[in-house]
Design a protein around this ligand. Structure first.
Ligand SMILES: Cc1cc2nc3c(=O)[nH]c(=O)nc-3n(C[C@H](O)[C@H](O)[C@H](O)COP(=O)(O)OP(=O)(O)OC[C@H]3O[C@@H](n4cnc5c(N)ncnc54)[C@H](O)[C@@H]3O)c2cc1C
Length: 487
């Protein structure tokens, strides 16, 4: 934990910055002497303000300060650092990407692996490591940035407005503070899942957990061990939940429901001689004039190579170029028809996680059901009664659960009620909704978007390997703009 005071001189002012923010193990800050801090920081000036303290925010701050240590950089985080992926990982949760691809610095590919080795673990580049170790790594990156002068505040950015001089943005925060900077980076990630419409009559029921990342969503008390639990969704979030319920000693039935009942595929263990980076064929080899032709070509390539994982990795490596070459109508068709299949092939489970899930299915304790959820109502004994329409049959069916957890996944709809900042940017015309509602496109100079919100143009930028490259590119652009201003 760090506590220090710095005196900063700028061309316009001299002011003291008391930086007493401590990052606690929870990822939250402890602002000692908070009131004095607030008074001192009614407004202040930075070179770059980064909104969001998840992977993208932390990696950007650190890369910026590595490139230009003299820069004044502020990270604003509204909740707790590290984002939902790494904030509170369970002990059994594993990264679904081989360790060497999880570096936050693309020009130091071994950084994460070496960090884990320094912790005393004997690991290989190809291992799928615990997500908790990645959290330690991000905490280490954040600590390094703070040693280099990064300031952090636990505050929500509510609006971005023009500053008093044209080259500055000011960021209006929930606390009333208004820091300003030449560049503002939106690294806000996605929002929590929305409660499905079919759950509206049970939304306030104590057995319904709207947020799968909230404390308590997966807690199993001794009296709840045999309870039937229903998960809405069968993707990565549901698999995380299933693993955690099992770890906590839950023995009752678990039923995971989604429209198609598709479960993420498993990674094959990575052979020691295998390349971790797919070497794709040229984009022009794919038929890009129609969604049907493209899907047929993908299936054919899977058959000829006999290795669907390889084809999925090749497509991932070319995803930007393919996406940008596609007509918007074809993109829309692929999103509608191919996306669920792409998601389960591309976002795969670590081999050990997949084995555990498979064991639970084989034992009959876990059922995956392909059905549409029609309704959920409070029932006697604090239970919830769910009505489903199975995909294959016309007859409705029902389930009774002691707990229902919403695992429908993070959402990037900019009109989500939790995104006051994004709605303000849209209302003022400083940003527009990206094509296919895949995030946000900034329309103003020195306003940047990173992470899943930038997917409109690049599609497959959701995981660390792609995000780390995006961070690197953005840092280069910002540094270049500072250099050109200095000339
Ligand atoms: C459960 C899970 C597991 C994953 N596992 C892997 C994996 O194994 N390998 C891999 O490569 N990828 C994985 N990913 C994907 C990827 O690594 C993460 O989604 C990535 O961490 C996204 O980082 P981010 O900074 O863009 O967003 P986030 O991590 O979502 O961080 C955004 C932060 O911004 C804050 N924020 C939002 N709005 C405001 C505001 N107005 N003011 C201030 N703060 C704000 C939020 O509170 C949040 O902390 C996983 C994702 C999830 C959800």
């Amino acid at each position: 934990m760090v506590s220090y005071m710095t005196l900063r001189a700028t061309p316009t002012r001299v002011f003291a910055v008391f930086d007493m923010a401590h990052i606690l193990p929870s990822g939250r800050c402890n602002f000692r002497d908070g009131q004095r801090l607030m008074a001192l920081r009614a407004t202040d000036e930075f070179d770059v303000i980064i909104i969001g303290g998840g992977f993208c925010g932390i990696a950007t701050a650190r890369r910026l300060l590595m490139a230009q240590p003299q820069r004044r950089v502020l990270v604003l985080e509204r909740e707790a650092f590290f984002g939902p992926a790494y904030r509170h990982p369970g002990p059994m949760h594993q990264l679904n990407t081989p360790a060497v691809r999880m570096t936050a610095c693309p020009d130091r590919p071994q950084e994460f692996v070496e960090f884990v080795r320094r912790l005393g673990h004997d690991v290989d580049d190809r291992d799928f490591l615990p997500r908790a170790w990645y959290r330690h790594y991000l905490a280490d990156c954040l600590a390094a940035a703070r040693r280099a002068g990064l300031q952090v505040r636990l505050d929500e950015a509510m609006a971005i407005e023009p500053g008093s001089s044209p080259e500055y943005w000011q960021v209006r925060c929930r606390s009333g503070q208004v820091p300003w900077a030449r560049h503002v980076v939106l690294a806000v990630g996605a929002e929590r899942p929305r409660t499905p419409v079919a759950m509206r009559d049970a939304a306030d029921h104590p057995g319904y957990h709207a947020d799968p990342w909230a404390p308590g969503a997966w807690h199993v008390a001794a009296t709840q061990r045999d309870d039937p639990i229903v998960l809405i969704g069968t993707g990565q979030t549901a698999m995380d939940g299933i693993i955690e319920l099992d770890r906590q000693g839950h023995r009752g039935p678990i039923i995971a429901v989604s429209r198609r009942g598709l479960v993420p595929a498993a990674h094959a263990p990575v052979a020691a001689d295998a390349s971790l980076q797919a070497a794709p064929a040229p984009v022009s080899d794919w038929p890009l004039h129609s969604a049907v032709a493209l899907m047929k070509a993908v299936r054919a390539r899977m058959q000829t190579t006999g290795d669907w994982r390889r084809v999925s990795d090749e497509l991932r490596a070319q995803a930007d170029a393919i996406w940008q070459a596609l007509d918007p109508r074809i993109r829309a068709r692929l999103l509608r028809h191919a996306r669920p299949y792409w998601d389960i092939c591309r976002h795969r489970l670590a081999p050990e996680v997949a084995r555990r899930v498979e064991r639970l299915r084989a034992s009959g304790r876990l059922r995956i059901v392909a059905a549409r959820l029609l309704a959920c109502d409070p029932a006697p004994d604090d239970r919830l009664a769910l009505t489903l329409r199975p995909r294959a049959g016309a007859e409705g069916s029902s389930l009774s659960a002691a707990r229902v957890v919403n695992c429908t996944g993070l959402v990037t709809d900019p009109n989500h009620p939790d995104t006051a900042l994004l709605r303000q940017l849209l209302a003022t015309g400083r940003a527009t909704v990206a094509p296919h509602r895949l995030g946000l496109k900034p329309l103003a100079a020195r306003l940047h978007v990173l992470g899943v919100r930038s997917r409109g143009d690049v599609w497959e930028h959701t995981a660390v390997p792609e995000l780390a490259i995006d961070v690197d590119r953005l840092v280069r652009r910002i540094v270049a703009s500072f250099r050109s201003e200095a000339v």
